[in-house]
Design a binder for this molecule. Sequence first.
Ligand SMILES: *[C@@H]1O[C@H](CO)[C@@H](O)[C@H](O)[C@H]1NC(C)=O
Ligand SMILES: *[C@@H]1O[C@H](CO)[C@@H](O)[C@H](O)[C@H]1NC(C)=O
Ligand SMILES: *[C@@H]1O[C@H](CO)[C@@H](O)[C@H](O)[C@H]1NC(C)=O
Ligand SMILES: *[C@@H]1O[C@H](CO)[C@@H](O)[C@H](O)[C@H]1NC(C)=O
Ligand SMILES: *[C@@H]1O[C@H](CO)[C@@H](O)[C@H](O)[C@H]1NC(C)=O
Ligand SMILES: *[C@@H]1O[C@H](CO)[C@@H](O)[C@H](O)[C@H]1NC(C)=O
Length: 261
Amino acid sequence: MELVVLLCAVSLLHSCEARESSAVTPVFVQKREDVLLNVTIADDPEEDTVTWRFNKTVNLVRFLPGNLGTKVSDDYSGRIEFLEKYSVKLKNLQEADSGVYTAVVSGDKEKQITEYKITVQDPVSPVKLSVDSVSNSSDWCNLTVSCRAQDSHINSTFRCDTHTHTCSQEGGERPQVTPSAADLHVYLSNGYIICNHSNQVSCTKDIKIIENVCPRHAGPESVSAGLSVCLLKTAVLSVGLIIMVAAVITVHLMEKLKKHK
Ligand SMILES: *[C@@H]1O[C@H](CO)[C@@H](O)[C@H](O)[C@H]1NC(C)=O
Ligand SMILES: *[C@@H]1O[C@H](CO)[C@@H](O)[C@H](O)[C@H]1NC(C)=O
Ligand SMILES: *[C@@H]1O[C@H](CO)[C@@H](O)[C@H](O)[C@H]1NC(C)=O
Ligand SMILES: *[C@@H]1O[C@H](CO)[C@@H](O)[C@H](O)[C@H]1NC(C)=O
Ligand SMILES: *[C@@H]1O[C@H](CO)[C@@H](O)[C@H](O)[C@H]1NC(C)=O
Ligand SMILES: *[C@@H]1O[C@H](CO)[C@@H](O)[C@H](O)[C@H]1NC(C)=O
């Protein structure tokens, strides 16, 4: 019984995240790394050819029907590794490998089985967070910071109240998309100013402690103007977990009570 409740709760949590039922699976791969092109075919098409294709036109590899084996295209020789059945590993991806990968079964007609949209990304550059100016009074400490990445930078202003020991970010978080399509943003978290530079495959950050910049102004209970998506997700997940554990305990207690009767 407990197990059932637990499983239900887990599957509920999962269904929140895995709502991505479109036919194309987006995949992000760091440059020079490998990708597994997975495919499962319900009934094995022994009479037909199965082909992995790039951008709908270029064949990577063909699984020939019968016992005729496999044929890797010259352009991809040395870069394909065979896994289970029709799944393959494509190695050492470069920017030019970004595009659409499809698995196609060709018999009397062509039928597409799987489609991945692969984007190859460089890891993001390091960031440097610096304090540009501090203005100080008995009531306030205001500071502006800037965060520099290789191809962009971002500014932000923070205001700390001496009396309430709280800081806030003026204008909230304003994430910026860099020319290389990475995300650059500065935010406040537990008395720290954090600059975060991230894309789908990597993340770099730099941190300043507000107390070192504005002594006696910033308390540990500094609040952020906007909650980051990441934090929100964690919060939702934690609440879910608590509910789950509560449910398990309740059921357990109820069963015990029943036994006593
Ligand atoms: C293929 O499956 C493996 C193992 O389940 C997984 O790690 C990998 O991310 C999958 N590849 C793609 C492109 O989704
Ligand atoms: C493959 O298709 C993508 C768009 O889907 C395009 O950006 C890319 O340039 C194409 N690559 C080649 C080598 O044709
Ligand atoms: C801010 O004020 C404090 C106390 O008045 C002082 O010690 C500190 O040097 C000031 N800092 C700046 C950057 O003006
Ligand atoms: C800090 O900013 C607030 C609001 O803009 C302003 O009222 C205050 O005078 C500023 N304090 C200093 C020391 O610049
Ligand atoms: C950052 O601030 C400087 C001046 O303080 C300004 O010239 C520059 O445009 C700002 N940059 C951004 C990205 O807001
Ligand atoms: C930086 O941002 C990314 C994407 O928004 C997030 O996944 C990551 O946890 C953040 N890192 C830190 C240290 O906040």
